[in-house]
Every structure is written in C-alpha cells, then in structure tokens.
Design a protein around this ligand. Structure first.
Ligand SMILES: Nc1ncnc2c1ncn2[C@@H]1O[C@H](COP(=O)(O)OP(=O)(O)OP(=O)(O)O)[C@@H](O)[C@H]1O
Ligand SMILES: N[C@@H](CCO)C(=O)O
Length: 293
C-alpha cells in the first residue's frame, strides 16, 4: 500500500493561459493505492458526491489504466471539485506518483506529468498539464508541448474559493479564440515580469505580471463579485489578483505576512455580493509527497 499527498494548484496566473501553474501548500488530496486484479475507486472528503467512481471517468482511474497498474484507489478529497484549484489534477497527480511507487514502474516525475495529464483529458477533453505539473513537481511550472520547466519559488498567496461551481469545460468555451497584437505585447511583458518575480521570490513582480487583458475578463464574468473581490484584495495590500485556473477561485499574491488582511478583505467582498466563500492563506509549496509505503 502506498499513500501520497498531492497539493492543490493554481493554473494560468493571468497572463500564462495553459502554460503557467503553481503548487499551493494547501489544500491537498490524499490518495492511497493497493494492488488489485482490477481498478476500483472510493472517494471521501470535500465534494465526494460530485466525483465519479467509475475508473474511466475519474482522473485517478484513467492514470491507473494509462500505467497498466490496476489498484484499489482510495481518494480523500481536500480540494473541492470544480474549484479552479486543480481538484481533478490533484487526484491524477497523487495516483500517478503512488502507482509508480506501488508497481516500481521507474518513471521520472516529469514522465508522470504526461501520464497524469491523460487523466485530465478524460474530464476536460484536453490533456493540458498546467495543473498536474505543479502538483507533481512543486513550485512554479511552465508547460509547453516541448518542455516542462520548474522553478522553486517562495511567494505568499491567498486562494479564495466561493460557493460557485464553474466547470473547466464551460470556462474554456468563453475564452477568446484570437488576440490582437497590442494584447500579445502586453501578455509577453507580463509573463516575463511574472517569471522574473518567481526566480527572485519577489511578490511585487509576480503580482504585476498577473495582469491579463485576454482571458481573465471573460472568465471573471462567470464569478459573481469578482471585480469587488479583486479591488478589496488590492486595497488590503495584495500585489496582484487573477482568476485561479478556470475559476471560480480567485488568487491574490501578497507580501510576507500579508495573507490574513487580504483573505479577510476577499471574504468580506464575496459576502457583500451574497456569495459564501472560504479562503486559504497559503504560499507556493512543494509537489506530491509519498507519505507512507
Ligand atoms: N478524482 C477527481 N477529483 C476531482 N474531480 C474529478 C475527479 N475525477 C473526475 N473529476 C471530475 O472533474 C471535474 C472537476 O474538474 P475541473 O477541471 O472542472 O475542476 P478543477 O480541477 O477544480 O479546476 P481547474 O482545473 O480549473 O483548477 C468534475 O466534473 C469532477 O466530477
Ligand atoms: N489552463 C486551464 C486550467 C484549468 O484546468 C484552463 O484555464 O482552462
């Protein structure tokens, strides 16, 4: 039996649509795997009622099929499904690391990213790896068709999760299919600024780079109260704010020790918009860890 903890993640970071992602110290999924003749899945925890247990429909089950490693898989969800915090990816990442260990497959962490992305494909229709990469590798990651680049980073953040459900499938439908050259120039500038900030552990640069005029606007329209929450976070000292992944979570980058004030301001602003929410004051963290073998 192998038990693995894989963290929640925040993809896109405004300007880095389908490329950037970061691992959060919390929340996380815990996945326990035992060898079996055929794959079966049990799910407990946050939002368990919304998660299919048929292996081909569950990201962890798809990973077991991809690796050829049948197992009894117990998923304890700490990351709410359809949260924008990489819920489906956390289970896929944890299952990939756990099954690789259980069956001594010998795959590297980077190879496991590609396997876990197939689990994501089963639920969102596309094998994008911007959540599974940070969940497996930790830190800040950049994923393209040709390369996965990882940077260790130490940046305080708040992830604020409203009681709204936005599925990745639906949120991909509202993304504009083209951008003009001015937007492209801004996006490249912001992406470079954000990346430099991650290398330097500089929340000002990271927050500035979160700006995005292409995807964020259309996604924000799916989140009641987004503009007020963004303004409240900035007023409370956040250096930048973005939709986390496909939403509805909102990610704010903070200065050291700035998370409490920013978290309170975001919760108050959601409450003023009649939206219940919870906040995770956290930071960029490590990747999946084997807890027990
Ligand atoms: N093990 C799993 N954990 C969570 N969701 C799963 C799992 N397997 C399948 N799903 C399905 O995936 C969907 C949630 O994935 P989705 O990508 O929409 O949300 P998310 O992972 O929280 O968001 P994002 O990718 O934007 O950060 C739900 O429909 C859920 O039923
Ligand atoms: N890059 C993806 C992340 C969500 O899974 C998107 O925004 O659709």
């Amino acid at each position: 039996m192998v038990t693995v903890r894989a963290p929640a993640t925040s993809a896109n970071l405004g300007c880095g649509f389908d490329v950037f992602g970061l691992a959060l110290e919390r929340p996380a999924d815990i996945v326990r795997v035992e060898r079996a003749e055929e794959t079966t899945i049990e799910v407990t925890g946050v939002g368990e009622q919304y998660i299919p247990t048929e292996p081909p429909k569950n990201t962890a089950g798809v990973v077991a099929e991809e690796l050829g490693t049948p197992a009894h898989i117990r998923i304890n969800k700490g990351v709410r499904p359809s949260s924008g915090l990489g819920s489906s990816a956390a289970s896929a990442a944890a299952a990939a690391v756990a099954l690789n260990e259980l069956y001594d497959c010998g795959l590297t962490r980077r190879e496991l990213v590609r396997v876990a992305a197939e689990g994501e494909a089963a639920v969102s229709g596309e094998a994008h790896a911007d959540n599974v990469a940070p969940s497996i590798l930790g830190g800040f990651t950049m994923v393209t068709d040709d390369a996965i680049t990882q940077v260790e980073a130490s940046i305080p953040v708040v992830a604020c999760l409203p009681e709204i459900v936005v599925s990745t499938r639906d949120a991909r439908r509202v993304v504009p299919q083209s951008v003009d050259i001015d937007e492209l120039v801004d996006t490249v500038g912001n992406a470079a600024t954000l990346t430099a900030g991650m290398f330097r552990d500089n929340p000002e640069l990271v927050g500035t780079g979160l700006e995005d005029g292409s995807v964020t606007g259309s996604r924000a329209s799916l989140i009641d109260g987004f503009d007020a929450v963004r303004t409240a976070a900035l007023d409370a000292g956040a250096t930048g704010v973005a939709v986390s992944g496909a939403g509805p979570s909102v990610l704010a980058v903070c200065h050291d020790d700035g998370q409490s004030a920013v978290a309170s301001a975001m919760l108050d602003a959601f409450s003023d918009a009649d939206v219940e929410a919870r906040a995770y004051p956290t930071a960029v963290g490590g990747g999946a860890t084997i807890e027990r073998r």
